[in-house]
Design a protein around this ligand. Sequence first.
Ligand code: ATP
Length: 276
Amino acid sequence: MATEPLPLQKTAAAAPEDAAGTDALVRFDRVVKRYGDHVVLDELDFSVRRGEHVTLIGPSGSGKTTILRLLMTLEKVSDGVIWVDGAPLSHVRTPDGGLKPAGEKHLREARKKIGMVFQQFNLFPNMKVLQNITEAPVSVLGMDRDEAESRARELLDLVGLAGKIDAHPSQLSGGQQQRVAIARALAMRPEILLLDEVTSALDPELVAGVLDLLSDIARTTDITMLCVTHEMNFARDVSEKVLMFDSGRVVEAGPPEKIFTAPEHERTRDFLNAVL
Ligand SMILES: Nc1ncnc2c1ncn2[C@@H]1O[C@H](COP(=O)(O)OP(=O)(O)OP(=O)(O)O)[C@@H](O)[C@H]1O
């Protein structure tokens, strides 16, 4: 059975030079997220270019996970618009050219472009490794099962777990489970990969292996990454841009070498002093 190539090689085209952010793949446009009276994201503006690897840092409660959950359409914006690839993610266009909040059908379609890896792996406990990876491509994308299995095998090879194809998640270490979760996210061929503290639940000796895998994926593929992490060395190695959040706003943004060595904002300095 012929399979399409995996989207796992860098294409020749360089990421567009776009200092103004007009060619952003992801753009938050005055995004507000409230839970009751609690404003979690406060007219948040930021953008991410295609192929860029961005790390989100900031104190607990500053809204980092909320940003990823909004992108994954697990939450809805209270105000403002999220754009992905020039189209509204959180909204749909009205006949008069305006925007209205998107319904479930649009959101289901939109989330196909986006994959997420969670802190707690979130594998299906009753499915073997192979089926964990093939389930969504078959049921959500309508992919032929043979093709999905063939791709899953390639991805398991990539994450170093070819021998665990018939294991259940409970038979794997945390690091192995997280590798399966990464393979499962990639199986959907996402344009954007969201990583939410993916090593926080791992035993310390398993962290480096998962981070090395993600570094390889960042280096060798075109995938755009948004990554919430407390692993500052990883952020330094992998990302081109670091966004420092506080109280639902970006207080400072820049390349890691700038943010980590010469932060300008007092909140960034305080945060880095606490975590480094
Ligand atoms: N479903 C919810 N209902 C009410 N409040 C929520 C909900 N989800 C998140 N919050 C609140 O939103 C704020 C931001 O949470 P979020 O998880 O985005 O922060 P974070 O920066 O990712 O924090 P951490 O680093 O601790 O994971 C917190 O004050 C949190 O309590």
